[in-house]
Design a protein around this ligand. Structure first.
Ligand code: FMN
Length: 326
């Protein structure tokens, strides 16, 4: 069976299985990617979105986002609305060790779209074409795109995403991830997988990666069955349950409460190893809250987590959670 075990290719890059961790702003940084790889099951990881404009002014925060060690294959995602900045940004990512460079054409945040970046590119196919073309010319590694179903319902209904698919092919894009909500939907409603199916039916030369609302093993198989997509990309599902990739690969993989608590602790250790203590605490507060949804005692833990002012307080909160859950 092809899904989920067999490798697939993005240009010359082999991805060892059909499971991709979605890019998540302020979450899929280097420590998180190391963590999720350690948990296992994921074939490809993607950086959080990095602003090409910030990269070209050598903003320290953006440069840090390109940190990468031994996590191949690794895709770095950039955002922007200026072809020149995107070309330069892509080249910087390639130099920093990216195996793939991805263009964000999905971010709905107004501070991103008002600069013409993210999902705003869906409103201007000619500009989007210049953006991807400039990136393809700037790097040797494959360029990929992650897009939404359209800017709004009417653009989606007109099927304009299919024009983008053809344009990408001509421009040399080598894989496309589709999150089939419109920009207007933000994160509301359901991801409309029929859009992924139509993209697959269009018969592109590059693989289509389906994304949206895969929160359990069955969802992943159903997405592939209903759409025919080559691979499945998972975001929030892997935050509620970082073992989800393992569960998709191994039908009898059982996740216990202890494993979930251990995972929270392990992520915190990795964050402390790789980041300043304050930054590590800030990140674990954000991610630990996702990890412990549904864990007995999780509500109290999240309150303690929120109040924790240093690593000791956080470790005590994890200990208390373990006792409560036992
Ligand atoms: C907290 C958060 C941050 C996100 N950051 C990014 C990002 O940096 N780049 C991107 O392309 N998509 C981003 N997304 C969208 C996800 O990659 C994904 O497309 C979306 O969450 C749907 O997939 P899911 O249902 O598996 O979560 C983000 C989503 C969330 C919830």
């Amino acid at each position: 069976m092809t899904f989920p075990h067999s490798p697939f290719h993005i240009g010359p890059i082999e991805v060892p299985n059909r499971l991709v961790m979605a890019p998540l702003h302020e979450i899929t940084d280097q420590p998180f990617r190391k963590f999720i790889r350690e948990i296992g099951g994921v074939g490809l990881v993607v950086s959080e979105m990095i602003s090409s404009e910030a990269l070209i002014r050598h903003a320290v925060k953006a440069e840090k986002m390109m940190a990468a060690t031994g996590e191949r294959p690794l895709s770095m995602q950039i955002s922007g609305g200026r072809p020149e900045a995107l070309a330069e940004g892509a080249a910087l990512c390639e130099a920093a060790g990216a195996d793939l460079v991805d263009l964000n054409m999905g971010c709905p945040a107004s501070n991103v779209t008002k600069g013409g970046a993210g999902s705003a590119l869906l409103k201007d196919i000619r500009l989007a074409e210049r953006c991807v073309t400039s990136m393809v010319k700037a790097v040797k590694v494959p360029v990929t795109v992650k897009m939404r179903a359209g800017w709004d319902a009417s653009q989606k209904e007109r099927g304009e995403f299919l024009d983008f698919l053809r344009m990408f092919e001509a421009a040399g894009v080598q894989a496309l991830a589709i999150h089939p909500r419109t920009r207007a939907q933000q994160y509301e409603g359901h991801a409309d997988w029929s859009i992924i199916a139509r993209a697959v039916e269009a018969g592109t030369s590059y693989p289509i990666i389906g994304n949206g609302d895969v929160n359990a093993r069955e969802d992943a198989f159903r997405m592939v069955e209903e759409t025919g997509c080559t691979a499945v990309m998972i975001g929030r599902g892997a935050l509620y349950n970082p073992f989800l990739f393992r569960q998709i690969l191994e039908s009898d993989f059982i996740v216990t409460t202890d494993m979930r608590i251990d995972a929270t602790l392990r992520l915190f250790q990795i964050l402390l190893d790789l980041l300043e203590p304050r930054e590590a605490l800030h990140k674990i507060k954000k991610i630990g809250a996702w990890f412990t949804k549904g864990v007995p005692g999780g509500h109290g833990f999240r309150q303690n987590l929120h109040a924790a002012s240093d690593a000791q307080a956080l470790l005590a909160a994890i200990d208390a959670l373990r006792h409560q859950a036992a």
